[in-house]
Design a protein around this ligand. Structure first.
Ligand SMILES: C[S@@+](CC[C@H](N)C(=O)[O-])C[C@H]1O[C@@H](n2cnc3c(N)ncnc32)[C@H](O)[C@@H]1O
Length: 390
């Protein structure tokens, strides 16, 4: 059994045993689900919860007496991979933001460009362009947004690079033919189903070198995640989209403004939930989709009107913001207490998902490595899965 397979087995056992810790939907709970954790959770003020939740090491130390195995599992760390020698932005980098540029440079520092490159879900093809600049024999970037393709194509022409775009839906049948055996296939931050497709198609084509940094595990075709590897299917955690979103709740600490917006968003979502329960007469949580942060610069009544429209509910003529926000106050602390426990499984769940992908590739005959390719201050999605066929 490979080291990755051993780690996967250990992690699967732990996550099966502790599912009562991480599977809850905090918005649907009306009390703390763990009697044994209740005293220590109730002893924390909201400010203490916020500080602890942002400091992973401190939060794990706090949890250790009650959940020693969960905390011990965090010793399964992934190696730090190569990093770019510098992040100086050349003229042709074309205004890419600092963090994005660092991610691209670090990703590129980890791949050998001996073969033609296929870049999957490329956006404007910034990574592909850098690889072409660095001497890749040719680069094909797959992207379905025609505007991005046109801009990327133009930038490549200006630089006279062998870099072309293929404008198509990655989930359609046409891109299947893009995978070749003598190729390096790369995907930087390709979402759920898109990177699952990438892995399956590359393996089917026998593509020699793969490099993938996955993101948005919850954006999948089915309601539940279907593990890719045989090992994953044997230890299936039956992950629904709610659980698949948990690893993404890891954020680069965004400073006071971001913290304040998060606080308002949580309060308003909960206040709307109280309101909708009264309108519908159903004592059931009704989730709202993700929304642009500018909605938070309105007042609560404006937000509630938007949310009612989203959910097809008749908007009340008068919305007593004070009343609904006061009800949300009480629930907000409960949600934060539950999240404080759930968040201690973000890394472990992401590791499980990464290892499932890694084991799938091992099962297909690849040599696989897994590690972090860039600093956490650049992006929380910093895992790189690399695979090669002998
Ligand atoms: C998160 S962005 C990553 C872009 C680029 N790799 C980067 O890291 O900057 C994902 C890209 O996938 C593209 N995309 C989403 N769904 C797609 C699909 N079904 N087929 C092709 N491209 C898709 C989006 O338009 C977007 O440019």
């Amino acid at each position: 059994m490979s080291i990755l397979a051993e780690q996967f087995q250990q992690l699967s056992t732990l996550l099966h045993h502790t599912r009562g810790d991480w599977q809850h939907t905090p918005f649907s709970c009306n009390q703390l689900p763990w009697p044994e954790l209740t005293p220590m959770l109730m002893a924390l003020t909201e400010a203490q919860i916020d500080i602890l939740d942002e400091d992973e090491a401190a939060a794990l130390a706090w949890l250790a007496p009650m959940r020693p195995q969960t905390v011990a599992a965090h010793d399964l760390t992934l190696p730090e991979l190569a990093r770019a020698a510098d992040y100086a932005t050349p003229r042709w980098s074309n205004g890419i933001g600092g963090r994005k540029w660092a991610q691209i440079k670090d990703f590129a520092a980890n791949v050998a460009i001996d073969h033609p490159v296929l870049e999957w879900c490329a956006g404007k093809g910034h990574l592909g362009r850098l690889l072409a600049q660095q001497g890749a024999p040719s680069v094909t970037s797959l992207e379905w947004n025609a505007d991005l393709c046109a801009q990327g194509e133009q930038l490549a022409q200006q630089l006279k690079l062998k870099h072309h775009f293929h404008c198509a839906d990655a989930l359609g049948s046409a891109p299947t033919t893009l995978f070749q055996p003598q190729q390096l296939a790369v995907a930087l931050h390709a979402c759920g189903e898109l990177h699952l497709r990438f892995l399956r198609q590359a393996a089917q084509a026998g593509t020699r070198q793969l490099a993938l940094s996955p993101c948005c595990y919850h954006l999948i075709e089915h309601d539940h995640y279907r593990p890719l590897s045989i090992a994953g299917q044997q230890h299936d955690l039956q992950l629904d989209r709610h659980s698949l979103r948990l690893p993404l709740q890891q954020q680069v600490t965004g400073g006071e403004r971001v913290r304040r917006l998060r606080h308002i968003e949580l309060s308003w979502r909960l206040a709307f939930d109280e309101l909708q329960q009264q309108i519908t007469g159903q004592p059931r949580y009704l989730p709202l989709p993700a929304f642009p942060k500018r909605l938070l610069s309105d007042d609560f009544a404006g937000f509630a009107r938007w949310a009612c429209a989203q959910k097809g509910l008749e908007t009340p003529e008068f919305i007593d913001s004070q009343h609904w926000l006061a009800l949300a106050e009480q629930r907000r602390l409960l949600v934060k207490r539950i999240e404080l426990i759930r968040h201690r499984y973000r890394y472990l769940l992401e590791l499980w998902l990464l290892l499932d992908r890694a084991l799938f590739l091992e099962e297909q005959g690849y040599q696989v490595t897994l590690g972090t390719f860039t600093a956490s201050s650049n992006t929380p999605r910093r895992y790189l899965l690399q695979a090669s066929l002998a």
